[in-house]
Structure formats: C-alpha cells, structure tokens
Design a protein. Structure first.
Length: 293
C-alpha cells in the first residue's frame, strides 16, 4: 500500500482496579493519512498537538514516525519516504491513551507498508514503547482487553463488552502526566488492598461482559487512585460524588479524565461537573483500521 488511512480509537485504562491490565476502546478517533513519497519525511499535524503549547514535533522524533520506523525494522522492510497527515481528535495528557493511539497508528502503518496483516506481535511492538499494554491493546483490538506480560512478552485478549454499557467521559481542562502520577505510587501496598483490587478486577471483567448491575462494586479500587488524588483534586472529587450517587466511576488511565460506566448515558444532576466537558462515547468494538486512500 502506498497511500492509506489509519483510524485508531482512544482508550481508557485501569477501569478502577485493573491497574495496567484492563483497557477499553472508545469511539473517539485519531486519523493518520500516509502517503509514500520518493524520499524524506513530511509530517503535518492538525487539531490536538498542532500549534501553541501543545505543539508536537514534525520530524523523526514524532511518535507515529518512531513507531513506523521501529515496526518496519522489526518486520524487515525498508521504510520509504513518507508524508503523514495526522488528525488528532484524542486530547493529549488527559488519560485517554493519546500516546498509545499514536504508537498503534505507527505500528499499523508499518504493517501496511510491509503488506502484512496485524498479528499478535503488533501488541508486543506497541507495548514496548510504554512498558504496559492496556491502552495499546485496546486501541489495537477494540472492545475490552485484558493485558499482561509474561517473561517480557506482552499479550492481550479481547472481550466483547455488554451492549447495554454506555461510557460517559468528563474531561477537564487541566492536563496530567503519566510519569508524574505513576511517581506518586508507593513501591509496596498493603496485602489487604492488593487482595481487594485483585478481586474487584476479576469482578470488573464479569460486570463489563455479562452483568452491568455489578459495575459499581466492580470499579472500586484501593491500589492506585487514592495515591494519585493529590495530583487532580477535582477529578478525585468527581469520582467520589459519582460513586456516592450510584454511578460506576473511575479515573481514566493516569487521569485527569473521569470515566463513568453507565447503562443510560446520564450523569446525575446533583453531581458538580462545571469544570469538565461531559460527553457520551460508544465502545469501539473494532480497534485500529487501515483503509486504502
């Protein structure tokens, strides 16, 4: 393929207790248009990351470009001259997997340039960039994913989300750094908290696929969210208010976006969301898509 389009969904990781293990693909997409040219590199960026303080690089250090180069090298193909047009709808540094989406775009583009279908190795290639596979696997595979690492090998399984689940996102204007919030986590946690989160993560898989009535209990967490709360007090407040109102809410990834897993798409009027942009997004069931232009 010498001209094609890569469409990749946003993702929400952890889903409460499933730290670095659970991910959910969402119906908000970045699009990368790829054109093979004779030589060189041209990168154009639109929407998120274009201009101002969010300006992203447009040279070889661009994350999509790095992922393409890495993938082509691993697949044993020569990366040609490239012209990329990146249309970024996933907001940056909000806990919606924008970096994972860029990486997955590059991996999928590399496979297209090699004239190969995406396979299990694609999860490994994408996860290598971030050190965990939850967001990347969700963007690659779609739906709900359970991700893990075994002897240095990242793996993931895709599961079908119960059709009645309607995710709602509350996105604040403030940003959050994954590196910063991960740095707030302790090296050790109490055994009781680890056991609690293990049980709730297992329950979350059942609730998300079979019984949404259990989502409130299933999204409770003692492993990471309260340690990160000082980094985004408004996010922590909103999660607490939603849960007190009976809504299964959690911090989306490293935050500061709040994910509410509802069956009606409604945030109770009693909950203060003035500092957030609230929108309902469907689950993306398909993951990354590559189509000819």
């Amino acid at each position: 393929m010498t001209a094609f389009k890569v469409t990749v969904p946003a993702s929400s990781a952890n889903l409460g207790p499933g730290f670095d293990a659970l991910g959910l693909a969402l119906g908000l997409h970045d699009v990368v248009e790829v054109q093979v040219i004779e030589a060189g590199l041209k990168v154009e960026v639109f929407d998120a990351g274009a201009g101002g303080v969010e300006d992203v690089p447009t040279d070889e250090s661009h994350l999509v470009v790095r992922a393409i180069r890495h993938t082509c090298e691993r697949l044993g193909v020569r990366a040609p001259g490239l012209h990329l047009r990146c249309f970024n709808k996933i907001p940056h540094a909000r806990g919606l997997g924008s970096s994972a989406a860029a990486i997955v775009s590059g991996v999928a583009a590399g496979y297209a340039l090699a004239d190969r279908e995406l396979d299990a190795d694609a999860v490994q290639l994408a996860a290598e960039f971030e050190g965990h596979a939850d967001n990347a696997a969700a963007s690659l595979l779609g739906g709900l994913v359970v991700a893990w690492c075994e002897e240095g090998r990242f793996r993931a399984e895709r599961l079908r989300v119960h059709p009645s689940i309607r995710p709602v996102l509350a996105v604040p204007a403030v940003k959050s750094s994954t590196a910063t919030t991960r740095g707030l986590l302790p090296a050790q946690v109490p055994h009781a908290d680890a056991a609690f989160s293990a049980g709730r993560a297992a329950l979350a898989v059942h609730a998300l696929t079979c019984d949404p009535a259990l989502l409130l209990a299933a999204t409770a967490d003692r492993l990471h969210q309260h340690y990160r709360a000082p980094a985004y007090p408004e996010t922590a407040r909103l999660v607490a208010e939603l849960r007190d109102a009976g809504v299964a809410a959690a911090v989306s990834g490293a935050g500061p976006t709040v994910l509410a897993l509802t069956t009606d798409g409604i945030i109770p009027g009693s909950v203060g969301v003035e500092k957030f942009v609230v929108s309902e997004l469907p689950v993306d069931p398909a993951g990354v898509q590559v189509t000819a232009r």
